[in-house]
Structure formats: C-alpha cells, structure tokens
Ligand binder design. Structure first.
Ligand code: CA
Length: 524
C-alpha cells in the first residue's frame, strides 16, 4: 500500500482530506503522528485536532460548518456531522479592495483559427442550423442526417453540421420579463464564433418565437452579396428562413429538400474559409466543473485557475460561472473586482439568484448531489471554495447576465446556473470558443458546438476513464506534478485543440449533450 497521505489547504484548517486511493482504515498512522480513529474514504475529511461540539470546522481557511458533536482528532468528518453556516448577506461586502500584483503580459502565443466577419475567431468551422421552436426538431434532424451523408463530404473544410435543438419557442409566456433570457441565449448561440457568421433558421410558422423576434434586423452579419436584403439605403443581412408551414411545401420531402438546398449555400461559404495564425488573445474560454469531489478544489480546479491566469496574461477572455458554486465566496469575488461597478454587478446577479431560488423555496444548499457527498464534499460551502479557485487570481474585470454576449477581454464572471448543460449553453451564447471542464466523480460531458477539454481530479478516474479524460490533474495529489506543471500543460493543450491539431476525447467519440435553455419565465 502507498504511504498514508492527507492534504491540508491552509495552515489555519482543522481538517484535511485523505489522498490515498480507496481511503484508509482506522488505526492508520500518518507521518507526524496523526492516527485515524475511523475508516476514512478517499477525499473525505479527517479532524487534525479535537473539535468540540459547536466548534467551527475549517477548510480553505473558511468555516465550512459547525460540529454537531465532539469530533476527536483522527475521526472522519462527514456531512452528517456538520451544520452548514448561513449564506453571507449581500451587504457590507469588501468592494474592489484587493490590488493584485501587476502580471507581466504573456506574449508570442498563437493558434490557428477561423477569423469571422465580426472579428471574432472560431476554433471549429461548423454549420449550425437554428430552430425557432422544438416542433421542427424531428424534421431538422432528418435533414441534418442527409446533409451529413450527402453534402458534407463535398465540403472537406467544414467540420460538422449541427442542429441547435431546444425545447423553447412555443407554449411559453414569451412576453414575461424573464423570457428575454432564453430568447437572447438562442440568438447569441446562433452567432457563436464557431459558426462563421452563417445563420440559417428552420421555423414552423405558427410559433410564438417568430424568426424576426429571435433574430431581429441588424443582429446577423453580412457575409456576402447573397445574404443582403433589399432595404433601401442601408444594407442589411437577409435572414435565411425555411418555414415548414409555407404553402409551397407539398409533402415532407419538400421540407427536407428546402433545408438541404439552403444548407448548401452556407456550406459553400464555410468551405472557402481557412485557418490563419491568430494571437492567443482570441481564445474565449468557458471554465466549468461537474461531478465534483473533494479533490476538485485541490488538483483540477487550482490547475484551471493557474491556466486562467496564463490566459488573462495572454490577453484572452476567460469566463467562470455557476452562481450557487460561488455564492458562499462572494466576499472573495467582490474584493477581487477591478472596479466598484463590477462588484455591484456581481452582487446584483447573486441577489437575483437568491430571489429565484427563494421562489422555489430552496436555497444554494439544493446544489450538492449524492455523488458530491460520497466524494467527500460535505456541503455547498465546501464545494464553492473548491469551485471558485477555477477563477485564478486575476482581477475580475466584467460581469454578464445569463444569455448575454461577451464583448470584452479579461476575467469575466458570466452568471449562470451550475447545471452543467445550462451553464455550457449560456457560455456558448456568451461566445465561448473553447470549454474546460473538471470532474472528480467522472462525467462524459461534451458539446457538439465547441471542443470540451476534460480534466480529471484523481489518478484513479484518469486511469479508468483514460479515453474520456484529456488531462490528469490527479498527478498533483500524488506529487508527480505541480499545479503550475498541469496549468501549463492545459494552456498548451488549449492552443493545440483550438488549432484543430488535436481533438478532445469528447470530440473523438462525438459525445454531445443537449443544449438546455435557462428559462426562469413561466410556461403556459
Ligand atoms: Ca457545473
């Protein structure tokens, strides 16, 4: 058996986590004399000192709970022994108090990307077919299968054809104030840099979300003379819509052929594009975690945080998200805001989400899963401390609301739910061209629209899921590599994947999760 090992995050902590695969039995003696009085599973906490009933249990130098009974030194500290602290109130927070040391710019790093008419850069060259409503999903999917089989082979520079399927569009209170969130999400996904500015829409005809409401005049770019509308003085892009209820359609095949005919026009243009060398500052990276364990905050997320700092120094955009997984660290975030306005925007997003959860009579504690707890995370406070480290140490320079498009560089807080699919969908809408996803329990998550680099928090997961995980951050816990080593490895892999030189495992196997819209508005 390997040497017994525990990992402490901060010198003021009174618990640490057991690092060994399979956990350790009662009676295990660590170097330094600590003896386990209970069997402790891997990634679970052990008391480093006697903690009296009511005493604060500290990890990451933060109180993650209060002991419900006396916890002797060497005992297993799990979620049933802890009372969770109240969420920090959103008043009296430190505002833009941290002055991070000036970081030297990271220059000379590039990747090969597809430059778009609006200046953004794609990492893949994909034809996306937008849908106004779920009703057309079956027809669109049928057409996409035929496009892939019959047309795509003629256009070798196009990577893929993707139907942007979703469940919105009708049967919803479309004029409710919060309906703006799903509508702008769909609009902005259609404009994601990986789709080259080519927008085509399949509509039913009678749906609430009409094509002009989804993509109003002026919202899509002009790509050539064929998509210019005749609107008098000012040139405007013509919206390319195939409407299934059009009188012109007689029979199903007429609809399918109409979609295929329109798709071919976009495929021709996409096929003419070539990768060119662009600076690393054109990366728009969305970071996320899912299926987390107590190692997430020790290995994979700190490595992502290191890489986030590298990306920010290179002038790129990095988004971190997941409201319920940063809520308990709001004071860390408002203090790292670059200006009071950024801090206020962050507080506004948290307050909105508190109210949203309150309407459903839950709070942030509804976030943690049985798997998180099995993986050693006692509650959302502990989980949040491990999640926030993905944001690295740079000042936070911007905040966007759910579904908004990102228009600036630097470290951005993109407010989204923590749900993997909803967060990924909203980061796509923000303009993400590369996704990084850490997991400890293991999830095969992937998206059709953007490459997803998956990072394992543990050696054991990386070994078993060797053809699903792109990076093994478990080497940090075993001492083989440092956080900086893995952070740099991630940065280099990002440039390779963005350039199309390497495919991620999720791309290799075509593991594609659904787009899931965040719709806080009523359904009718
Ligand atoms: Ca997540």
């Amino acid at each position: 058996m390997s040497k017994p090992l525990y990992i402490t995050m901060h010198e003021a902590d009174n618990v640490a986590i057991v690092a060994n695969d399979g956990g350790l039995p009662a009676g295990t003696v660590f170097e330094g004399g600590l003896t386990l009085v209970d069997k402790v599973p891997q990634a679970h906490k052990v008391a480093l000192v006697d903690i009296p009933a009511g005493g604060a249990v500290r990890r990451y130098n933060v109180t993650i709970g209060y002991a419900l009974k006396d916890l002797p030194r060497g005992s297993w500290v799990h979620e049933r022994l802890l009372q969770m602290p109240e969420a920090r109130e959103l008043v009296g927070l430190p505002i833009a108090t941290v002055q991070p040391p000036e970081q030297t710019p990271l220059e000379g790093y590039t990747f090969e990307g597809f430059r778009n008419p609006d200046g953004s850069v794609g990492t893949r060259n994909i034809l996306a077919i937008t849908q106004t409503v779920q009703c057309v999903a079956g027809v669109t999917d049928f057409a996409v299968q035929r496009i892939k089989a019959e047309l795509l082979p003629k256009y070798p520079n196009v990577d893929d054809v993707v139907a942007l399927e979703h469940t919105y569009g009708c049967g919803v209170a479309i004029d409710a104030p919060d309906a703006i969130i799903p509508i702008r999400t769909l609009r902005n996904i259609s404009l994601n840099p990986n789709f080259g500015g080519e927008v085509m829409v399949v509509s039913l005809g009678c749906e609430k979300l009409q094509p002009e409401r989804l993509l109003p005049p002026g919202s899509i770019p002009i790509v050539d003379e064929r998509n210019v509308a005749d609107v008098g003085d000012t040139a405007e892009a013509k919206l390319d819509v195939v409407c299934l209820q059009d009188d012109a359609h007689v029979g199903f095949m007429s609809m399918v052929q109409s979609i295929m005919r329109q798709a071919e026009e976009h495929l021709e243009r996409l096929n003419a594009r070539r990768r060119e060398t662009v600076p690393a500052s054109e990366l728009v990276v969305g970071v996320q975690c899912g299926g987390s364990d107590a190692f997430s905050g020790v290995t994979a997320n700190p490595a992502v945080g290191y890489c986030t700092d590298l990306l920010v120094r290179a002038g790129a955009s990095v988004m971190f998200s997941e409201v319920t997984e940063v809520r308990d660290g709001i004071d860390q975030l408002t203090s790292r805001a670059s200006t009071p306005e950024v801090a206020e925007a962050m507080i506004r997003e948290m307050a909105w989400y508190d109210a949203y959860l309150d309407k459903g009579r839950v709070d942030r504690s509804a976030n943690t899963t049985p798997g998180n707890k099995k993986g050693g995370l006692s509650n959302i406070v502990e989980k949040a401390m491990g999640s926030i480290v993905k944001s690295g140490s740079a000042p936070i320079t911007g905040v966007i609301s759910p579904g908004e498009k990102l228009k600036q560089k630097g470290l951005i807080y993109a407010a989204t739910p923590a749900s993997d699919f909803i967060c990924g969908t909203l980061q796509l809408a923000a303009g993400m061209n590369l996704h990084v996803f850490t997991t400890g329990r293991g999830t095969p998550y992937g998206l059709a629209e953007v490459p997803v680099i998956k990072v394992a928090t543990r050696d054991d997961l990386a070994r078993r899921w060797h053809d699903l995980m792109d990076i093994n951050a478990g080497t940090i816990a075993t001492g083989e590599k440092t956080i900086a080593d893995v952070g740099w490895e991630m940065f280099q892999l990002m440039l390779d994947v963005a350039s199309g030189r390497k495919k991620t495992w999720a791309e290799q196997w075509k593991l594609h999760n659904a787009l899931v819209l965040f719709n806080p508005a009523p359904v009718t």
